[in-house]
Design a protein around this ligand. Structure first.
Ligand SMILES: [Fe+2]
Length: 385
């Protein structure tokens, strides 16, 4: 920004871009006139210069200033509403799933229709509010078993992948059902076996790796369709044959087994567990991508990456010029080039209009990396001041 001496400013005129007192504090917006009182105050405070990229003008901006601010505000309100709706939807799904699992634990029964209904509701919500549903932040919940939110998250990611692969609705319902129930076998394993941060004993490991088989048996006994039961059985099989329980390879693993496996792995990576923090979306997707063609089927993993983009929505990022922003939209056709809402510029000055950009590979400024947790915390505190 240019430095402008205070005695160059004239009362009753405007500057067509924000004027800053220093790198942080906005003094004037384009639609606010410079007043004599303001000039007197600046003199009194011993400010000799201000910072701006604007030029003097006799009138406030006809459009752009107030209007663009209003549309930005409208967008922020809409985004906030959509985010709230996604969180409420997710919490409702968790409650319903908790009821289904509790009923199973109490009575040994699973009502197919209730699970199918949930899968359909998620498919519908993905149509309405995909962007926010994929990025909804779920704090750790102590009141429900960890498999409950994990089941809902897995179903959301699996169904988003299925949508990209253009699976017909009846197949999506089966896939959603399998995703919601794939860890049901874990409910039969005592939490003391897995809720700790020490290394598992061989006996504990054997107990845990039995869970796909337990899930399969439960669903088979409850007469779920074979494709659902098989998907649940195969969600820990890896395409290179190192998974379990049957060490299946490549296309011997069912399509649903592969999708539930990838969706479940992504959900687990981004979730907080009692013994570790959840990773951010970018780190999780990069960790999964390392296993492309080894653990995970390339086509399915690519579909997930395309759906979420390499930088999932809500990821805070550092730009190559030092500016920082947050991913607000992803483009399935261009997963490497999501849209970034800039929050602070290269001089660490908060943006007033928070522009949205879509940096491409050859642009002067590109996304450099996601911010670390402590950087995100510091940024949020800084811009809320
Ligand atoms: Fe599992």
């Amino acid at each position: 920004m240019k430095k402008v001496t205070v005695n160059q400013l004239q009362a009753d005129t405007y500057i067509d871009a924000p004027v800053y007192l220093d790198q942080k504090y906005i003094l004037l917006s384009p639609e606010t006139p410079i007043t004599k009182e303001l000039l007197d105050r600046l003199e009194k405070w011993n400010y000799e210069q201000v910072l701006t990229d604007g030029l003097p003008s006799d009138a406030p901006p006809a459009s752009g200033g107030v209007n663009s601010e209003k549309s930005m505000l409208d967008q922020d309100i809409k985004d906030h509403e959509a985010e709230k709706q996604a969180t409420e939807f997710f919490n409702t799904m968790v409650k319903k799933m908790d009821d289904i699992f509790s009923h199973f634990l109490d009575k040994g029964l699973i009502y197919h229709d209730n699970v199918i209904e949930l899968a359909k509701e998620i498919m519908e919500e993905l149509k309405q509010n995909k962007r926010f549903l994929l990025s909804v932040y779920i704090p750790e919940r102590k009141d429900v078993h960890y498999v409950v939110p994990h089941a809902v998250k897995t179903a959301v990611f699996a169904l988003a992948v299925a949508d990209l692969l253009k699976l017909p609705p009846h197949k999506q319902i089966d896939l959603g059902t399998a995703s919601l129930l794939h860890e049901i076998g874990m409910l039969r394993i005592p939490p003391t076996v897995y809720q700790h941060d020490r290394q598992l004993s061989e006996k504990e490991r054997q107990t845990i790796i039995a869970h796909p088989v337990i899930s399969y048996k439960i669903l088979k006994e409850a007469d779920f369709p074979p494709t659902v039961c098989i998907a649940v059985l195969e969600h820990h099989e890896y395409v290179n044959g190192t998974g379990y329980p049957r060490k299946l390879k490549g296309d011997d693993i069912s399509l649903f087994g592969k999708i539930v496996g990838v969706a479940s792995a992504y959900s687990a990576a981004t979730s907080k567990r009692p013994f570790r923090e959840g990773h951010d979306g970018h780190t999780s997707i990069m960790d999964l991508a390392k296993e492309m063609g080894k653990r995970y089927d390339e086509r399915i993993l690519r579909a997930l990456v395309f759906t979420l983009s390499l930088y999932p929505i809500g990821t805070y990022v550092l730009m190559s010029n030092g500016a920082r922003g947050v991913i607000v939209k992803t483009d399935p056709k261009e997963p490497k080039h999501p849209l970034v809402r800039l929050l602070v510029n290269e001089n660490n000055t908060p943006y007033r209009d928070r522009p949205i950009v879509q940096p491409k590979d050859n642009d002067k400024v590109v996304i450099e990396r996601p911010l670390t947790k402590s950087e995100v915390k510091a940024l949020k505190q800084y811009i809320q001041q």
